[in-house]
Design a binder for this molecule. Structure first.
Ligand SMILES: Nc1ncnc2c1ncn2[C@@H]1O[C@H](COP(=O)(O)OS(=O)(=O)O)[C@@H](OP(=O)(O)O)[C@H]1O
Ligand SMILES: Nc1ncnc2c1ncn2[C@@H]1O[C@H](COP(=O)(O)OP(=O)(O)O)[C@@H](O)[C@H]1O
Length: 177
């Protein structure tokens, strides 16, 4: 089961992927996290952020996730993947129902206020071009399986985000023996 979180930078993808991975491990499930930041240091270090590079990034991630799924692992993929067509290509690679798209739907203001790596600041200053959410697009999904959003302007905690995803997985029978 490849489970993929797609959103703007700083929306909490890596945090959710990590918390969820730990929760699945405590339930005796073998899970592996693929994260954009990490893969771009190795497997995908030849790629930049032009639309065709982002497409190739996500194509490779989909192929790797498929290998994990074949081996019986739960794969949690945490990438921006801003274009719908690239996400749909990943979905098409995998068997029906096994691709679960998680959309973290937080405001740009919240992401920008976090900015632990200072990239939004650089993008606003024009020092990074083509930064998602600032001068590059993000196409929100039309039919994701799980949407996590702010409640009354407050972002759910990592633990609450994880609970929402786990509830979905339990409901769909992914966590049964
Ligand atoms: N131009 C531009 N646009 C967006 N993001 C940028 C850019 N340059 C560098 N970064 C950093 O790269 C991280 C996103 O990598 P991804 O592989 O997930 O991107 S993508 O799926 O190919 O769009 C992303 O990390 P996260 O903050 O974890 O999302 C950024 O830190
Ligand atoms: N649910 C949350 N509540 C509060 N802070 C969060 C939450 N999720 C992530 N953060 C914080 O926001 C920043 C960006 O999170 P990160 O998971 O790296 O986002 P992304 O992978 O989408 O770029 C980090 O400093 C992280 O600690």
């Amino acid at each position: 089961m490849p489970l993929s979180c797609f959103t703007l930078p700083c929306e909490g993808k890596s945090t959710l992927a990590c918390t969820l991975g730990r929760e699945l491990h405590t339930r005796g499930k073998l899970a592996y996290v693929l994260d954009g930041d990490n893969l771009r240091h190795g497997l995908n270090k030849d790629l930049g952020f032009a639309a065709e590079d982002r497409a190739e990034n996500i194509r490779r991630v989909g192929e790797v996730a498929k290998l994990f799924a074949d081996a019986g692992l739960l794969c949690i993929a945490s990438f921006i993947s801003p274009y719908r067509r690239d996400r749909e290509s990943c979905r098409a690679l995998l068997s029906d129902g096994s691709f679960i798209e998680v959309f973290l739907n937080m405001s740009l203001e919240l992401c920008e206020a976090r900015d632990p790596k200072g990239l939004y600041k650089l993008a606003r200053a024009g020092k990074i071009k083509g930064f998602t959410g600032i001068d590059d697009p993000y196409e929100a999904p039309l039919n994701c399986e799980i949407e996590i959003k702010e409640l009354d302007g407050v972002c759910p905690s990592p633990s609450d985000m994880t609970k929402q995803v786990v509830a979905y997985l339990e409901d769909k029978g992914f966590l049964h023996e």
